[in-house]
Design a protein around this ligand. Structure first.
Ligand SMILES: [Zn+2]
Length: 350
């Protein structure tokens, strides 16, 4: 038995729910998550005083995340990037309208997006650009019908015969594109356009039974970064099925082997000197460090039923903070951004 991580003890009692946030309430100090499927929300919690959840312990096996080394690796490499990001962030706060104008320039007639103004249309990542546009627009509260006219319909054309999404219509199904496609549809409130059963079937079959990690495409090798791109799709699929009132949906676990994924990340993807990697024999890098950790967090935290749950393989110190399932940023950060920008007028409506 353990208490819920504080970022999961969310509920707001203001009569207004926020989009795609783990809503929170700390009124009574200790709360239980109560999963109601509300319009456009993930969770809504009540403060009934139930404070305990059941933690899963993994047979006494100690698999340690070399946390200090991972964090120092990230800190060292992220420092300049973060500085740059936060400087831009505050400029964005003052210029949400300019972001809107910028995104409008990147729109293609069909509703997809280009990489930059005047740039070529990169077919290989077009669905990623639609997700980036939807994610930024949702966080900064600048979504309008004009900005995303035709975008959901274009995105769903990228869903292939396999069930996953390609980078553009006709391309091979791919884990990164599938996450971006479904997340963008959710952000734009058009998840119903997706063939969710086909996507679910394709995604569950991407977890490899021997390694425990995910492959990105059919007949490819397992790769640590897909711990998030494929693993991170499960909370989204779970939410869509919950909104369809799927009675077969588990109230206790995501629909993949959460322990096996954690074992792959902890045993196979850690570089001894810090950082994480694709697979043994590969070099550590910034990208795989980020997405292995994000995937590890998804595998450790469940929040799709009436109560949340944590499943920590190895030492309890391995436990990471939960990430926001749609934005892949800290839950606190997404809540703060949503609260801030939701108080500002949507461009063109005032
Ligand atoms: Zn990779």
């Amino acid at each position: 038995m353990d208490t819920l991580p504080y970022t999961w003890t969310h509920c707001h009692t203001h009569g207004q729910t926020l989009l795609y946030t783990w809503t929170h309430c700390q009124t009574h100090g200790c709360t239980a998550i109560h999963m109601d499927t509300l319009r456009n929300t993930w969770t809504h919690c009540h403060t009934h005083g139930h404070t305990k959840i059941i933690s899963h312990y993994f047979g006494g096996i100690q698999l340690n995340l070399y946390r200090k080394k991972k964090i120092s690796f990230l800190r060292k490499n992220m420092y300049d990037l973060c500085n740059s990001f936060f400087i831009h962030h505050y400029l964005f706060i003052q210029a949400a309208g300019q972001i809107y104008s910028f995104l409008m320039k990147l729109r293609t007639p069909e509703g997809a997006f280009k990489m930059h103004d005047g740039g070529e249309v990169d077919n290989q990542v077009r669905i990623v650009l639609s997700y980036c546009a939807a994610s930024v627009a949702r966080l900064t509260n600048i979504i309008t019908p004009a900005l995303f006219d035709g975008t959901p319909e274009w995105i769903v054309m990228c869903q292939s015969y396999e069930g996953g999404f390609g980078g553009c219509p006709g391309m091979e199904a791919h884990g990164g594109y599938s996450f971006c496609g479904l997340a963008a549809l959710i952000l734009l409130e058009h998840a119903k356009l997706c063939n969710i059963q086909a996507l679910q079937r394709w995604t569950v079959n991407k977890q490899m039974s021997y390694e425990g990690g995910f492959q990105g495409r059919s007949n490819k090798l397992v790769d640590g970064c897909y711990s998030f791109w494929q693993g991170g799709a499960f909370p989204l699929i779970h939410m869509v099925l919950a909104m369809e009132l799927d009675k077969a949906l588990s109230a206790e676990r995501w629909m993949f082997n959460q322990e096996a994924l954690q074992e792959y990340i902890l045993i196979c993807c850690q570089a001894p000197d810090g950082g994480l990697l694709d697979k043994p024999g590969k070099s550590r890098d910034f990208y795989h460090t980020c997405y292995c950790l994000s995937g590890l967090s998804v595998a450790q935290h469940f929040a799709g039923g009436k109560i949340g749950g944590t499943f920590v393989v190895g030492h309890q110190k391995n436990l990471l903070k939960p990430i926001h399932p749609v934005f892949n940023i800290g839950v606190d950060a997404s809540v703060h951004a949503t609260l801030y920008f939701s108080a500002l007028p949507v461009p063109g409506t005032s």
